[in-house]
Design a protein around this ligand. Structure first.
Ligand code: URP
Ligand code: ZN
Ligand code: ZN
Length: 459
């Protein structure tokens, strides 16, 4: 099957050019002006941008958390991703206590198989570091699971002590993997949480007040110091505050291999949302928490200056009505996480490109090219080039719309960007040459997404 995407403006991280794109089978065959070729299908891309499919390098589909599971599974979550222009996700497999990493990884393979609409890879969350874990890390890297998330927060659930973190980092420096860090000082936070609850401060806003930005800054600094000592690169996930960003900038200025992502919720929402009355603030509980609005300008500066390399979602949706409500009367029991897999591409386009905070090319870099490079998928994914997978978004930059739970496709009963007016729509979405979305219709098949073994972190 050959598809010609005709008359659009092709945008990659490096270039913007009026060109046609010829897709042959699963890959891009040619890019050029007025291509004189035959095709089985022609997509008219006049007045549209033709951009790489998004890569969301931070999702939690069907994730167990706080006695429940995140509401989207690999079927509903990847369908919503495709609607929003994202054609690859990298999700987090989890090691259970007492379990090998391999067993956790295989459980996640089982969750995705037969369901996923877009291609997927896995990072591995490590809960226990022992000899078995360390040798499993090497085995996972050989199988294409080349990044490991460690937690400095959530004591008793995910948190590792510094010695365990350091051991895992040393191993990663030998096996070519990448360490991803949830950087918040979980010990200090837990003490604050217990004190607030004792004092009867139980509303959602206290989630933010007990997780101060200074404790994200401290943990980020410590994570980078440990990684530098171990001789390994570290990627700080869901960075939310100027305190954490300062730690990254300071380390990068000294030449450290420190990288970081932020997420749309930290760019567009704020601590004020957690203070919404009648428990509505629970909709905005995630960790690290939303920060006072004045952190946002610093994060945008970080994106412009490449101290933040990627925008991922940390998509971890919980229904307001029967899941977030588990924390009524005790904010520490509100399942942590926000939905966003469907909205990232357009929200960043609208809030970044339309406002002229970032260029169109930087937009593509942040949502597709940089995640592909960081996580061993480039140049198969993350760009439009001859030979690369034909994961392509035909994006109409003029469509005005309002984000809402009443129109989104994520399986969650609210949208944290409810009512946000945006300009831009992924009109046609192709995954390896197959049309997933076109003309407002979803054409994907469950199970057409494939597991992606990823390369080692580029050294
Ligand atoms: O609140 C969040 N971020 N939930 C998902 C788990 C994590 O720490 O990424
Ligand atoms: Zn995290
Ligand atoms: Zn996460």
């Amino acid at each position: 099957m050959r598809t010609l995407i005709r008359g659009g403006t092709v945008v990659t991280a490096g270039d913007t050019a009026a060109a046609d794109v010829l897709v042959d089978g699963e890959t891009v065959a040619a890019i050029g002006r007025d291509l004189d070729v035959t095709a089985d299908k022609v997509i008219d891309a006049a007045n549209r941008y033709v951009m790489p499919g998004g890569i969301d390098a931070h999702t939690h589909l069907e994730m167990p958390f706080g006695g429940t599971f995140s509401a989207d599974d690999f079927g509903t979550g990847t369908a919503a991703a495709a609607w929003g222009g994202t054609t690859t996700v990298v999700d987090f497999a989890i090691q259970d206590f007492g379990e090998s990493l391999q067993a956790g990884y295989e459980r996640w393979l089982g969750k995705a198989a037969g369901k996923a609409y877009v291609d997927y890879g896995f990072h591995m969350i490590i809960r226990e570091v022992n000899e078995q874990t360390l040798s499993d890390m090497d085995a996972l890297v050989r199988q294409g699971v080349t990044s490991f998330k460690l937690f400095m927060a959530y004591p008793g659930v995910f948190m590792l002590d510094d010695a365990s973190i350091f051991r895992a980092m040393q191993r990663t420096s030998d096996n070519g993997g990448l360490i991803m860090m949830h950087a918040e000082n979980g010990g200090a936070i837990d003490v604050l949480v217990q004190r607030y609850l004792r004092d009867g401060r139980t509303d959602p806003i206290n989630h933010a007040l007990t997780r101060p930005a200074a404790m994200e800054g401290e943990a980020t600094h410590r994570a980078i110091a440990l990684a530098t000592l171990a001789g390994v690169a570290v990627y700080v996930v869901h960075l939310s505050s100027r305190d954490a960003l300062s730690a990254v900038v300071e380390a990068r200025d000294k030449g450290a291999a420190a990288y970081a992502e932020t997420c749309p919720q930290y760019l567009f929402l704020s601590q004020e949302d957690l203070a919404r009355p009648d428990f509505e603030g629970a909709k905005y509980v995630c960790s690290p928490p939303l920060r006072p609005r004045d952190h946002q300008d610093e994060l945008w500066k970080g994106l412009v200056q490449d101290d933040l390399q990627i925008v991922s979602t940390d998509h971890c949706p919980f229904d307001y009505k029967d899941q977030k409500v588990l924390g009524r009367g005790d904010f520490s029991k509100i399942p942590n996480g926000l939905p966003g897999i469907e909205d990232r591409y357009t929200v960043l386009f609208d809030g970044g490109v339309n406002t002229r905070r970032i260029t169109l090319n930087r937009f593509v870099e942040l949502v597709a090219t940089a995640p592909a490079r960081m996580f061993g998928l480039y140049p198969r994914k993350g760009t439009i080039a001859p030979g690369s997978d034909a994961d392509i978004v035909v994006f109409n930059p003029t469509v005005q719309r309002v984000l809402s739970a009443s129109t989104h496709h994520m399986r969650v009963d609210y949208n944290c960007f409810e009512g946000m007016r945006v300009r831009g729509l992924p009109e046609v979405v192709l995954q390896r040459g197959e049309v997933l979305v076109e003309g407002g219709r979803f054409l994907g098949r469950p199970g057409q997404g494939r597991f992606l073994p990823r390369g080692a972190f580029p050294s």
